[in-house]
Write a protein that binds this ligand. Structure first.
Ligand SMILES: *Cc1c(COP(=O)(O)O)cnc(C)c1O
Length: 360
C-alpha cells in the first residue's frame, strides 16, 4: 500500500484500501465463476445475487422499511435534480427549495423546467457561508415536497439535523450519505450520487417512499420512472453493474467496520480535529458558523491567497492529493469521506503545522 497517497478529492473520491484490494482479488474471477463482474449478464442469477446483497446490506445499514423503494440508477445526482420533480409532484404545481449552496441552486434551476420553484430561504447573498435560521424560512403550504442539500460539498456547509417541515422532505445526500446514522422514515426521497461516499462515478442511489411514486409527469421517460424501475428491479435496461457491485462492497465494508455509528464517530473526530487546529491559528481561517460546518468537506483559507498554490504543491509532494479548493471558493478543501482514514488527517495536520511555521 506504500504507493497509495492520501487523496482528499471531493469526488470522485478515494475508496477504502480493503475494498479496492477485494475488488482486485475478485476482478478476473468473481466467486469461482471464471468471469469478472464486468463480464456477467445483469439478468444472471450471479448478478442478481450481487444486486440483492447490495440492496439488502444498504437497507440493513440504514434500517430502510418496506415503505421505500431502493433504486440503483445509471447517471449522476444532477440527473435526479430533474427526475425528482418528474416523479413526485403528485399533481401539485409547486415545490419548496432550501437554497444553501451551489448544489441547491443547481437543483432549483433543473426543477424550474417542470414546476414552480418556491425559495424557502437562501444564503446566496452571503456567499453560501451558512444556513438561514429556521425562523426566517417561508414554507409553502401547498408544496409537493421540500428539497434541501444536506451537505454543500463546495462551500463546506452541512445541516446538523433533519429540518422539520410538513411537506415530504427530499434530500440530496450525495456527499454525506452513510457518514452517520439517520432516520430514513423522515424523508419522502433521498438521492445520492455514488462517487463521493459509495462507489465509482456513474450511478445514483434513490431511496423513495412508494406512496409518492406513480403520478408522474407524462414526459417522464420510463427509465427515469421510479415506479417502473422498481417494478423491474432497476433492470429495465442494462444497469451500471460494476458500480452496483462496488457499492455492495462499500456497504459490506461499512458493516464490517462496525456500521454507521462507527463512521459517525470517526467522521466527527476527523473534522473536529481540523477545525480545532484552524481556529487555534491566525494563519488558517474558516468563516462557517460552527453550527453548520461540514464534517465531510473542510474548507479553509489563508490571509494571503497567493500561498494557496504553494500549499497545494507542497502537500502533493508529501503524499496528499487534491487539496485545492473549488474555483468558486478558492483556498483549500479537504474532503474527508468514510474512506479517509484518521491517519490521513494526522498527516495533514502535521503538514499544516509545519507549513504555518515556515510560511507564517
Ligand atoms: C457532487 C455532487 C452532486 C453532483 O453529482 P453528479 O453525479 O456529478 O451529477 C450533486 N450534489 C452534491 C451535494 C454533490 O456533492
Amino acid at each position: 500500500m506504500n504507493d497509495r497517497v492520501y487523496n482528499f478529492s471531493p469526488g470522485p473520491a478515494m475508496l477504502p484500501n480493503e475494498l479496492m484490494l477485494r475488488a482486485q482479488q475478485e476482478f478476473m474471477d468473481w466467486n469461482g465463476t471464471g468471469m469478472s463482474v464486468m463480464e456477467i449478464g445483469h439478468r444472471t442469477s450471479m448478478f442478481m445475487q450481487i444486486a440483492e446483497h447490495a440492496e439488502h446490506t444498504l437497507r440493513k445499514l440504514l434500517s430502510i422499511s418496506d415503505e421505500y423503494h431502493v433504486l440503483f440508477l445509471a447517471g449522476g445526482a444532477t440527473l435526479q435534480f430533474s427526475v425528482i420533480p418528474m416523479n413526485i409532484l403528485c399533481g401539485k404545481t409547486s415545490a419548496d427549495y432550501i437554497d444553501t449552496g451551489i448544489w441547491s441552486a443547481k437543483a432549483m434551476a433543473c426543477a424550474e423546467k417542470y414546476t414552480h420553484v418556491h425559495t424557502v430561504c437562501s444564503s446566496k447573498e452571503s456567499g453560501y457561508q451558512s444556513i438561514p435560521d429556521r425562523d426566517s424560512w417561508k414554507l409553502n403550504e401547498d408544496a409537493a415536497y421540500c428539497f434541501y442539500t444536506e451537505n454543500e460539498t463546495i462551500s463546506g456547509v452541512e445541516f446538523q439535523s433533519i429540518p422539520d417541515v410538513n411537506a415530504p422532505l427530499v434530500c440530496d445526500m450525495t456527499s454525506s450519505i452513510l457518514s452517520r446514522p439517520f432516520d430514513v422514515s423522515r424523508f419522502g426521497a433521498i438521492i445520492a450520487g455514488a462517487q463521493k461516499n459509495i462507489a465509482p462515478a456513474g450511478m445514483t442511489i434513490v431511496i423513495v417512499k412508494k406512496e409518492l411514486c406513480g403520478d408522474v409527469l407524462p414526459i417522464t421517460p420510463d427509465l427515469q420512472n421510479y415506479q417502473i424501475q422498481a417494478k423491474h428491479d432497476c433492470m429495465l435496461n442494462t444497469p451500471p453493474t460494476f458500480n452496483w457491485y462496488m457499492a455492495g462492497l462499500m456497504f459490506d465494508w461499512i458493516d464490517e467496520q462496525g456500521g454507521l455509528e462507527i463512521m459517525a464517530q470517526r467522521n466527527e473526530r476527523k473534522s473536529a480535529r481540523l477545525y480545532e487546529y484552524i481556529d487555534s491559528t491566525d494563519f488558517y481561517s474558516n468563516e462557517i458558523p460552527a453550527s453548520c460546518r461540514s464534517r465531510m468537506n473542510v474548507v479553509f483559507h489563508f490571509k494571503d491567497d497567493n500561498i494557496t498554490a504553494r500549499f497545494v504543491d507542497e502537500a502533493a509532494n508529501n503524499d496528499m492529493q487534491a487539496l485545492k479548493g473549488h474555483r468558486v471558493n478558492g483556498g483549500i478543501r479537504a474532503s474527508l469521506y468514510n474512506a479517509m482514514p484518521e491517519s490521513g488527517v494526522d498527516h495533514l495536520l502535521d503538514f499544516m503545522k509545519e507549513f504555518a511555521r515556515t510560511n507564517g
